[in-house]
Design a protein around this ligand. Structure first.
Ligand code: JBB
Length: 250
């Protein structure tokens, strides 16, 4: 079973996310054990101090090294990947999630305030950022990381909605989904989805996925066109039509 430890100043923040839905079920099924730890448990003073003023002056507070180093000493085993959540980290991507889903143990360290004492970085096997926007702490990124890793652990998702199916759409946005009713507030479900013609439905979905990706996410679209393997057949087809279109447009 995979084990994930989280080190945080706000352990209660995780209760909702870990206690519902797929993450809850994954733990109940003993596919993953997730333990959220209070960084203050590794302090020694009466006030349970975890932060201090920055050397050199300046505003705000910095997370002290001692509680994090001591927590790490206590929690890390030989096979633990220690992950520091920080805006200075490696961008979080699906391939990185896949890599971490193969690990035996993860230890996620969440910061607050102006960040960590720089020496904390020496503990980390990897620093991870979930994106370029400002947050108040590392807890929400840690939840994002846990969510995307745990759903990749074998057995967590059902067979149907799971991984082989996703490689079909690697680097593409989802096609549009519809359910009942067939007409809602004047908006109709596309006729093709009611046709029962599964080849035609697949073609339509693929075309929609490509078009939406092209229009909304040029960055993903370029990746899709140059991606190896995964969806080789689709990619080849699309490259041909892309070349055709380029010629037509001049
Ligand atoms: C946090 C978003 C870390 O490592 C840093 C750093 C800077 C500011 C705050 C923090 C810890 S809280 S983690 C991701 C906010 O440069």
């Amino acid at each position: 079973m995979m084990q994930i430890d989280v080190l945080t100043l706000f352990p209660e923040m995780f209760n909702g996310v870990l206690g519902e839905s797929i993450l809850k079920r994954a733990q109940e099924k003993k596919l993953v054990r997730i333990k959220v730890r209070d960084l203050r448990d590794w302090t020694h003073d009466k006030r349970r101090t975890v932060d201090d003023k920055p050397f050199g002056g300046g505003p705000g507070m910095v997370i002290k090294p001692e509680p994090i180093f001591e927590a790490c000493d206590g929690l890390r085993k030989k096979k633990t990947q220690v992950l520091l959540v920080t805006p200075q980290g490696r961008p979080w991507t699906q391939p990185l999630a896949q890599e971490l889903a193969r690990q035996k143990r993860l230890l996620l360290i969440c910061g607050r305030y102006e960040g960590f004492d720089e020496r904390v970085r020496s503990l980390a096997d990897m620093e991870i950022s979930i994106g370029d926007y400002v947050l108040t702490g590392g807890e929400i990124p840690a939840m994002v990381i846990i969510d995307s890793v745990v759903r990749l652990v074998p057995g967590v998702l059902g067979e149907k909605d799971s991984l082989a199916f996703e490689s079909f759409s690697a680097h593409l946005l989802e096609y549009p989904h519809y359910t009942r009713p067939r007409r809602y507030r004047g908006m109709e479900v596309p006729e093709v989805l009611l046709s029962g013609d599964h080849d035609k439905i697949m073609q339509w979905r693929r075309q929609q996925a490509r078009q939406r990706t092209m229009e909304r996410r040029r960055d993903l679209w370029e990746k899709y066109l140059t991606a190896p393997a995964a969806d080789e057949h689709n990619a080849r087809q699309t490259k041909r039509s892309a070349r055709r279109n380029a010629k037509i447009k001049g």
